[in-house]
Design a protein around this ligand. Structure first.
Ligand code: FE2
Length: 575
């Protein structure tokens, strides 16, 4: 599970976040760790986390001292083992079945533990993101396309409540009103409030929403702890995992929406931005030919049907931290829309080594780009006139100078010249490309430039190789910059073709329509499959994307006119 491996720095961040919130999450973490082990759960479970009632057996069964226990336990264990050996020697089929059952239970237990751990961390991260908000901020909707923060924290809990409703027998729905308010667009889950009206209600209150979230977390912790004993464990763990990926998507949406709501009024925990290490210019030449587009494998592993491939030196013992890490690395996740991997043919092409910078985009603006219909698609020209677009979103004109507002404040364009342009729509990106005598890349071109290694003759998970994204490889959410980094600041993250910052900073528009790959099979109704019309694919992630959530095959999608999300681009050209 490469994406969920947590770095020491992450752990420190988590601890810091928990501390900053007065240790609010700490009891929950302890509770979940106990749930993670079925054996410990049986003896130590207490939903209130009180040490006093943590051992239901205390006071009911006399405690045995070591010598007394040994007197009873050792002879019993010897008799049991002898009997078991006798039965299994005469019934080898039973032996095999016993072995297989025990192995699959161990594997399910390890999966349960890793999902439980991931669940706890992802859910805590969402609350860390909203922590600097004031109570009034949670309920305001500044535009139809954004959602109030309260809605995100409730909606991500609603997703897990639907899992409990379906799979946890006897689960009682928390509130019908909450189901109505926190459903997003799922027809299959009943009536829902219109998206544009999410900010028109003050109820449920923020406190009620947080209480709901806590309730779902407690129920989910118990539920995940019990899953390994069920026949449908694999299906359930896959849905829980999807729910966590869904929550990471909403974490990124929260950053977009908080920016639209508050921008530099939000007290974001900003880290200093790295400096550019080199000048990155020009275009990379990429050879054409056959290319394997998309993610190879299923959600459960790199190869369909295979269990996660563990390095031979690691055993699979539950509770062994070494094998846990190995399993996390080996257990890959991808959405259904990234599959199946299939062969496409590419012509030779050129692609920019860097995303288009603010300085370059300003040249387009100064050349009258927003006033000249020749560069625009019809839909783009219509938007320019309707919306009076003159610059990307968050650009402001003060004293005859363009300035950019971000989480850190209002900046002269001069200070941002070397940073990737962001908050542009597909329509604006296309117009710029035409003006520059280039075009946008297709998603297959983008993916080849980002992931193919000519020396290896194969694809890698990331532009730099198969290592996970780290602090020096890409500007993702954990870097905590809350903005784009200068071009050339992440040389270590360079692709084999010399392309910089393909992962992180800005999602990059491609010309490709968001449609199913040949052989696509929906893995979850209404999640990705219902959006296969009218949208464009973006690749690579942004500074608001969690590290655990990104890979070179990831297909994001938005409508061509949208620009409140962190969208930028690089250009391509026929060779
Ligand atoms: Fe959602």
């Amino acid at each position: 599970m490469r994406q969920v491996t947590l770095h020491a720095a992450d752990a420190r961040e988590q601890a810091k976040g928990q501390k900053a919130e007065g240790g609010r999450h700490e009891p929950e973490i302890n509770l979940r760790i106990r749930f993670a082990s079925p054996r410990r759960r049986a003896t130590n479970y207490c939903r209130h986390n009180h040490q006093k009632c943590a051992r239901p057996s205390d006071g009911l069964i006399p405690k045995l001292t070591f010598p007394a226990a040994a007197c009873f336990a050792l002879p019993l264990a010897i008799i049991f083992r002898a009997l078991r050996l006798f039965v299994l020697s005469f019934f080898p089929g039973l032996f095999l079945r016993t072995l297989m059952t025990s192995e699959s239970q161990v594997a399910a237990a390890i999966d349960t533990r890793s999902i439980a751990d991931l669940y706890q961390r992802v859910r805590a991260r969402t609350l860390e993101i909203v922590a600097p908000l004031e109570i009034e901020d949670y309920v305001v909707q500044t535009a139809e396309f954004m959602s109030p923060p309260r809605w995100h924290i409730g909606h991500t809990s609603w997703f897990f409540e639907t899992v409990l409703q379906k799979y946890q027998s006897g689960y009682k729905t928390y509130s019908q009103d909450f189901l109505f308010y926190f459903n997003s667009y799922y027809e299959g889950f009943g009536a829902r409030i219109e998206r544009s009206k999410r900010g028109t209600r003050s109820r449920p209150t923020v406190r009620e929403t947080l209480r709901y979230r806590k309730h779902v977390d407690e129920e989910m912790s118990q539920f995940i702890g019990s899953v390994s004993e069920r026949d449908d464990a694999e299906t359930i763990l896959a849905i829980v995992r999807l729910g966590l990926e869904h929550e990471m998507q909403h974490q990124e949406l929260l950053v977009y929406d908080i920016k639209h709501l508050l921008c530099d009024q939000f007290d974001a925990p900003i880290s200093p931005a790295p400096h550019s290490q080199e000048n990155v210019n020009g275009m990379a030449e990429v050879e054409g030919g056959l290319f394997e587009l998309g993610y190879a494998g299923t959600s459960a592993g790199k190869d369909a049907g295979d269990p996660p491939a563990l390095p031979p030196q690691h055993g699979c013992r539950a509770g062994d931290p070494g094998s846990m890490r190995a399993l996390q690395r080996a257990f890959h996740f991808a959405f259904d829309n990234e599959k199946p991997q299939h062969t496409v043919f590419l012509q030779d092409f050129l692609i920019d080594r860097a995303p288009v910078r603010n300085s370059e985009y300003l040249e387009f603006m100064k050349a009258g780009g927003y006033q000249d219909f020749r560069w625009w698609h019809s839909a783009g020209w219509e938007k320019v006139n309707q919306e009076q677009w003159q610059a990307p979103l968050y650009w402001e004109f003060h004293d005859r100078e363009w300035m950019i507002r971000d989480f850190a404040g209002l900046h002269p364009i001069e200070d941002k010249r070397n940073e990737p342009v962001s908050h542009v729509s597909f329509l604006e990106a296309s117009a710029y490309a035409k003006w520059a005598g280039k075009r946008l890349p297709t998603e297959a071109e983008w993916e080849k430039a980002a992931s193919f290694s000519p020396p290896l003759g194969s694809k890698q998970d990331f532009p730099w190789g198969d290592d996970e994204p780290g602090q020096t490889k890409a500007n993702l959410f954990e870097n905590q910059l809350w903005t784009v980094a200068p071009v050339g600041a992440f040389s270590e993250g360079c692709s084999s073709y010399g392309c910089h910052q393909m992962i992180g900073d800005v999602w990059e528009w491609t010309t490709s329509d968001y449609s199913p790959y040949p052989g696509f099979k929906s893995e979850f109704d209404e999640y990705n499959d219902k959006w296969f019309v009218g949208q464009k694919v973006l690749r690579g992630g942004s500074f608001a994307t969690p590290r655990a959530h990104i890979r070179s095959t990831y297909r994001n999608f938005f409508y061509p006119h949208e620009r409140w999300m962190i969208g930028g681009f690089r250009c391509a050209k026929d060779a």
